[in-house]
Design a protein around this ligand. Structure first.
Ligand SMILES: CC(C)(COP(=O)(O)OP(=O)(O)OC[C@H]1O[C@@H](n2cnc3c(N)ncnc32)[C@H](O)[C@@H]1OP(=O)(O)O)[C@@H](O)C(=O)NCCC(=O)NCCS
Length: 130
């Protein structure tokens, strides 16, 4: 994601939360951020329901497999229900086995297999209906 680094600044996150229904949950350990889950709620002006797009989830490599990813994703599911959304969706890669397992464990199902979707690689769209 290096091409994105220049725009990943606090002001961008603040603006996203205020103006674009974005959310960013973090996991903290000893005052340091060790994991994040980010996304946005997409909904029309009628405010009925809402589609949650989970844009990213990651845990610091040295702290993986300790339940942090599961806790972050559970928080996203809980938040989506609080916000009366009807569905959470995300795009992942077939090679990201830990992520695929995590999504399946929390009730996400593969909805579409997208061949050579971006950067010439295959993606999987996974969703959970609330
Ligand atoms: C995916 C990711 C966020 C999971 O975070 P984590 O804190 O390690 O996950 P957890 O410890 O909460 O594990 C939850 C479940 O995920 C699956 N999982 C996690 N790591 C795994 C691994 N190395 N191999 C296989 N399954 C794995 C398991 O099903 C696990 O449940 P279990 O421990 O009961 O078997 C983490 O591996 C990560 O940051 N990966 C790199 C970034 C990435 O791929 N993000 C997703 C982009 S779409």
């Amino acid at each position: 994601m290096e091409f994105d680094l220049s725009r990943l600044v606090p002001e961008m996150y603040a603006k996203g939360i205020q103006e674009r229904n974005e959310f960013n949950f973090v996991a903290e350990e000893n005052g340091k951020i060790v994991g994040v889950a980010t996304g946005a709620i997409l909904r029309g002006s009628d405010k009925e329901g809402g589609l949650v797009l989970l844009r990213g989830i990651c845990v610091h490599p040295s702290l993986q497999r300790r339940g942090i990813g599961r806790a972050l994703l559970n928080r996203v599911v809980e938040y989506s229900k609080e916000q009366k959304c009807h569905k959470i969706t995300l795009y992942t890669l077939p090679v990201l086995i830990p992520a695929l397992n995590l999504y399946l464990k929390l009730g996400f199902v593969p909805e579409a297999y997208l061949q050579k979707e971006w950067w010439g690689v295959d993606f999987i769209k996974m969703s959970k209906w609330l």
